[in-house]
Design a protein around this ligand. Structure first.
Ligand code: NAP
Ligand code: MG
Length: 501
């Protein structure tokens, strides 16, 4: 790894040891194995474009091996364990993640680009909070007794695990997404094969070592790094996988459903993209709403599925909001994630940067007004940095308004009345999240009921919690992660009839 260039910061010993010494292979049956093909791929640091590591690339034969390992573990040790013992291992894993949080956060910043403060104080605590919440359900997964019409029959239900689960996840919250899948899947008694995104495989590999240390039997958790093709596609069509839990784009979600339909009808749950409306009424605490609108998009450089990228402002407050937002956004510091002062990190890849800049150019050409930003940040060297950009617009058919850009770009428009607002807010294929800012409590709830979205925030934006169900309406997907709904997503109901004659 002599070619490895690291930022000019003092990294944790655990981070350096992982980068320099860890094999970065496939994790199958609690062992590190090279890909059967011998293939590898590179993961890069988006703040500099430098290669961080070479990682084994799982092919179809490796997927077969991981499925066999996960199946054996499911039939054997894992399903024989008492629920409380499953939970004990998950709690132990959470403790280990806490103990390694500094190194994990640094790896997240290196691989994904996000500010270290965000990784360390945002992602990491949320990871273990989620894991502990889910683990707490392990010994509370109950069936019911059913009062049927036959007096001589006793009927009860059991909630049983599905079997082998595959999790395919994106790059924006690499470790958190891994735990969103691992937590409920293992709590419910399934075994797991995890495919991290090719752009951000490192924390999933680090996690695998902790899984082993926490005492999970071989095969319960397997990690297969690799790209969508061939690794993700091989999982989606595999006959030996019982459920596929996916987070990513609507386009790939569609392919996964197709692959499931054309193979073994494996269960599929999809957490997909969004183009979420955030609404400010003139009677809101406008300054709080402006700050909320700012963080709803720019805190993750817009690389967040719930980003409030369509901002609707009641005409009486429109000018105040646009001016306030411009002032706030212009104070945001774009920099690499280890910098002392940074609000907005790089975007994930060069390709993603070009795509975002392409959308910005389309917006300009189509006549939308650039309120602030509007292009790359050139002076930050080889990294993939885009200026936080706000457009003002009227035409809902512009691509900056219809498409999920997944970058630091917001579009703000004025509205005049309720019917117009609801029609325009819902005029999207997506339905992941929505926000509304008003001091009128009745109006806030009316909006929350009228908007087509899986999560609505009133006088706030972006909060998530392990206890609060999360998922999409419309083409933002289906299935609810978190809360007890997550356990339902990873189990199936068996009905047992007992003749008492
Ligand atoms: P993506 O292209 O859909 O990728 C997501 C995952 O699917 C990655 O692991 C990817 O592999 C894999 N994949 C790609 N093609 C595949 C195929 N043909 N078969 C099976 N797997 C395949 O999305 P992304 O660019 O990583 O992430 C951004 C998108 O994710 C955005 O649209 C965003 O809204 C969405 N997202 C949604 C949520 C949510 O909770 N709803 C959360 C985060 C992100 P590789 O990347 O390794 O090639
Ligand atoms: Mg990377």
């Amino acid at each position: 790894m002599s070619a490895l260039k690291l930022p000019d910061v003092k990294l944790q010993p655990g981070t350096l040891e992982f980068l320099e010494k860890h094999p970065k292979n496939l994790f199958i049956n609690n062992e590190w194995l090279a890909a059967q093909s011998g293939e590898t791929f590179e993961t890069r640091n988006p703040a500099s474009g430098d290669v961080l590591a070479e990682v084994a690339l799982a092919g179809e034969a490796d997927v077969d091996a991981a499925v066999a390992a996960a199946r054996t573990a499911f039939r054997g040790p894992w399903s024989q364990l008492a629920a409380a013992d499953r939970a004990a291992r998950l709690f132990k894993l959470a403790d280990l993640i806490d103990a390694h949080a500094d190194a994990l956060a640094e790896l997240e910043t290196l691989d994904n680009g996000k500010p270290l403060r965000v990784a360390r104080r945002g992602d990491l605590p949320y990871v273990t909070k989620h894991l502990r919440y889910q683990a707490g359900w392990a010994d509370k997964i109950e069936g019911s007794t059913v009062p049927v019409t036959y007096p001589d029959q006793f009927v009860y239900t059991r909630r049983e695990p599905l079997g082998v689960v595959a999790g395919i996840i994106p790059w924006n919250f690499p470790l958190l997404m891994a735990i969103w899948k691992l937590g409920p899947a293992l709590t419910a008694g399934n075994t797991l094969i995890l495919k991290p995104a090719e752009q951000t495989p490192l924390t999933a590999l680090y996690l695998a070592d902790l899984v082993k240390e926490a005492g999970f039997p071989p095969g319960v958790v397997n990690v297969l790094p690799g790209p969508g093709l061939p690794t993700g596609a091989a999982l989606a069509k595999h006959m030996g996988i019982d459920k596929l839990a996916f987070t990513g784009s609507t386009e790939v979600g569609r392919k996964i459903m197709e692959a499931a339909a054309n193979s073994n009808l494996k269960r599929v749950s999809l957490e997909l993209g969004g183009k979420s409306p955030n609404v400010i009424f003139a009677d809101a605490d406008v300054n709080a709403a402006i700050r909320g609108a700012q963080w709803a998009v720019f805190s993750t450089a817009g690389q967040e599925c719930v980003a409030g990228t369509r901002l609707f402002v009641e005409r009486a407050a429109y000018e105040q909001v646009v001016e306030g937002l411009k002032a706030q956004v212009e104070k945001m510091v774009v920099n690499h994630g280890f910098a002392e002062k940074v609000h907005v990190g790089p975007v994930i890849t060069e390709q993603q940067m070009s795509r975002i800049v392409g959308y910005i150019e389309e917006g300009k050409k189509a006549g939308a007004e650039v309120v602030t930003g509007g292009g790359r940040v050139e002076e930050l060297g080889g990294g993939y940095f885009v200026q936080p950009t706000v457009f003002a617009y009227q035409d809902d058919s512009l691509s900056i308004v219809t498409d999920e850009i997944f970058g630091p770009v917001a579009a703000v428009t004025a509205f005049d009345d309720w019917d117009e607002l609801i029609a325009r807010a819902n005029n999207t294929i997506y339905g992941l999240a929505a926000g509304v800012w008003t001091r009128d409590i009745g109006k806030a709830h009316r909006y929350a009921h009228a908007v087509q979205a899986g999560t609505v925030w009133i006088n706030g934006y972006g909060m998530i919690d392990p206890a609060a169900p999360f998922g999409g309406y419309k083409q933002s997907g289906f299935g609810r992660e978190m809360g007890k709904e997550a356990i339902e997503l990873y189990t199936q109901v068996k009905t047992v009839w007992v003749g008492m004659q």
